[in-house]
Design a protein around this ligand. Structure first.
Ligand SMILES: [Fe+2]
Length: 375
């Protein structure tokens, strides 16, 4: 059975209202009004699908009523009934997009029924589109949530493997976003930078723990394995269309400005902007946290090191941006101020200077056991 719609019928002549009601009232619920003012009140009360109004009425004309109806029922379809003498009003109303169709007087009942049928089909189509768009928005929202969850899970998996990197990925990501903001990068790029920051070292999942946790300098062979991690990170991220730019930032986050980095030995501007940002953010965080092979060197020494290698290893723009946001004396770290995450990730409550201690304690314990065994 066809759907019963609410149709608002407006005409100042009772005979016309009755006539319209006779034609449409069987199939649909008609709301009958004899003036524009009455019709506005009815619109507020009823969720009408269609408005049919006469143009010539005292006080408020049909066109004026239709204009008003846009605020109250923007989706209702509007039909104007008019004599040939009202051409200008008709043209204006059609041009303003207020009228779906006009019906000239005198009208034919069958033609009117057909016009109303088409108008209601249009209404249902519009309604359907609005519903579909709403559903799509919900689906996209869920997708975004899912991928944030997946990214978080990946970062957690890495942290579980390397105790010393605990929180490293998220901190790098935050420092990278701070640099990007200081450079005035657009929001879309900042999101990619944040993503890349979180995922840059994910390929270390494939590096043996004996290398990851080695408390001494790596041999050339071990170094080679370690230096494959950006490629592995990029492989893990894959070819997902939403991650193409972030993937390039990840792949090249160990390229140096002078071309001496890896994996591709890119130089200067050949290195993606986001990769140059992550390199600086990564280096700063690595220097200010304990690692298996050395203790943290502190904020002042870290920025001195960044400045020294600015122009050869690091892009001076990124170094200056980082120092400008963190402050010469690390004011930002003292304030504990961090930028809001676009991905909704939260930094774990971890003291950077404490990371790695668990590993070092374990190494010391083993050393003690070994030396006790020798005795
Ligand atoms: Fe890395």
């Amino acid at each position: 059975m066809a759907r019963r719609h609410k149709i608002l019928v407006v005409d100042d002549e009772i005979a016309n209202v009755r006539l319209l009601n006779r034609v449409l009232g069987d199939e649909h619920e008609t709301i009958l009004c004899m003036s524009g003012e009455e019709a506005v009140k009815a619109l507020l009360e009823h969720d009408v699908s269609l408005i049919i109004t006469d143009q010539r009425m005292p006080m408020m004309t049909g066109v004026q009523l239709l204009e008003k109806s846009i605020e109250i029922r923007p989706d209702a379809i509007k039909i104007l009934i008019t004599g040939y003498t009202d051409v200008q009003a008709l043209i204006d109303a059609i041009n303003a997009g207020h009228v779906y169709k006009y019906i000239p007087k005198p009208w034919d009942a069958d033609e009117l029924r057909l016009t109303v049928k088409r108008a209601l089909e249009t209404y249902e189509l519009k309604e359907n589109n609005i519903r579909l768009i709403g559903e799509l928005k919900v689906a996209f929202g869920q997708l975004e949530e899912l991928s944030t969850g997946a990214i978080r899970a990946l970062a957690d998996a890495l942290d579980a493997k390397c105790d010393y990197t605990s929180g490293h990925s998220l901190r790098v990501s935050r420092f990278a976003v701070l640099i990007g903001r200081a450079l005035g990068l657009p929001l879309e790029t900042l999101k990619d930078v944040e993503l890349a920051g979180v995922l840059h070292d994910i390929g270390k999942i494939g590096v043996p723990e004996s290398i990851l946790w080695k408390p001494a300098k790596l041999t050339p062979e071990e170094h080679k394995i370690m230096s494959e991690h950006p490629v592995k990170s990029a492989q893990i991220i894959g070819e997902l269309s939403g991650l193409v730019r972030a993937r390039a930032f990840v792949l090249h986050h160990h390229e140096f400005l002078d071309g001496s980095g890896y994996p591709d030995g890119l130089k200067g501007d050949e290195i993606p902007l986001g990769a140059r940002i992550i390199l600086v953010a990564d280096a700063y965080d690595a220097m200010t946290t304990d690692r298996p092979y050395r203790k943290a060197i502190g904020h002042h020494k870290a920025i001195a090191e960044l400045r020294e290698k600015s122009g050869t290893q690091f892009d001076p723009k990124m170094v200056n941006a980082l120092i400008s946001v963190i402050g010469e004396d690390g004011e930002l770290l003292v304030n504990g101020e961090v930028p809001e995450s676009f991905l909704g990730l939260s930094i774990p409550s971890i003291n950077p200077s404490q990371t790695g201690t668990q590993y070092l304690a374990e190494a010391e314990r083993r050393e003690r056991l070994e030396s006790a065994g020798k005795q």
